[in-house]
Design a protein around this ligand. Structure first.
Ligand code: CDP
Ligand code: CDP
Length: 233
């Protein structure tokens, strides 16, 4: 039986996971799986279905409603020139899932055990069929515990906020949101992600810590590519 190669990249918000994972996936011809986009898409579906209001109280949502939502929600990735498009059923939601209304609620929806069970299953199906580089919060600990390579990517919160602020200005997403607000929102999300009961954000015992503070994208790509090459040769 052919075994697929699995690379897991976890870490807090805006550490550079998706940027690095996309480049390496392209270089190695692996499938890139953006699990954060999956949680973001379910969150948008929950908002659209009126299951959660923008003040956010996920404890009000019944498990039956969440199960129905999950059943009705197809999440598809399609390659595009500047990366990857994300579809909620037939609708291109690539931009909307990065906006603040989704940012503010995603960690609440992602903490619901039924949501995690469902999405983890979808992620494992993709990983069983392809060589993958998958990024998220619980890939090395829960989704792919036997991944050949596990990276835990971090950077200082100040630098992560700067990066996300610059990215928003460049892409025209939530351009009125200040740097201080972005930093607060990232810290809140990191806190919720690290303190939830089911598969919280934490470094797997066999993951390699890579600190990208002050390190260029190119240098991080080279460092992780070397780690992968050494592991799989
Ligand atoms: O891009 P950024 O790091 O800001 O976030 P993301 O990777 O798109 O993930 C958005 C949110 O989804 C996270 O803050 C987590 O609440 C949740 N998430 C998760 O719980 N588990 C994952 N494997 C991936 C994301
Ligand atoms: O996926 P994650 O939330 O961990 O981060 P990202 O979306 O890949 O990166 C957030 C921003 O940081 C992007 O605009 C990247 O271009 C930038 N970045 C950087 O400036 N230097 C790095 N070493 C890594 C990412």
């Amino acid at each position: 039986m052919k075994t697929n190669i699995q690379v897991a990249i976890d870490g807090p918000a805006s550490a550079g996971k998706s940027t690095i994972a996309k480049i390496i996936a392209k270089n190695l011809s692996y499938i890139y799986v953006d699990t954060g986009a999956m949680y973001r898409t379910i969150t948008l579906a929950a908002i659209n279905a009126g299951l959660i209001n923008l003040d956010g109280d996920a404890s009000e949502i019944s498990d039956v409603a969440i199960q129905q939502l999950l059943q009705a929600t197809q999440i598809t990735f399609k390659p595009s020139d500047d990366g990857q498009l994300v579809f909620l059923n037939e609708q291109d939601v690539s931009e909307e899932i990065r906006q603040s209304h989704v940012n503010n609620l995603v960690s609440l929806i992602a903490a619901i055990p039924t949501v995690r069970r469902d999405l983890v299953e979808r992620q494992r199906i993709i990983a069983n069929e392809n060589n993958v580089i998958m990024d998220g919060r619980d890939i090395g600990t829960t989704v792919l515990p036997h991944a050949a390579v596990k990276i835990f990517l971090v950077a200082s919160v100040a630098e992560r906020a700067q990066r996300r602020y610059r990215e928003n200005q460049l892409k025209g997403i939530d351009t009125k949101i200040t740097l201080a607000e972005i930093e607060a929102s990232i810290e809140r999300r990191d806190y919720l992600d690290s303190h939830r009961e089911v598969s919280p954000l934490t470094q797997a015992s066999d993951a390699i810590l890579v600190d990208t503070t002050g390190v260029t994208i190119n240098d991080v790509v080279n460092e992780i590519t070397t780690i992968i090459n050494n592991k799989i040769k």
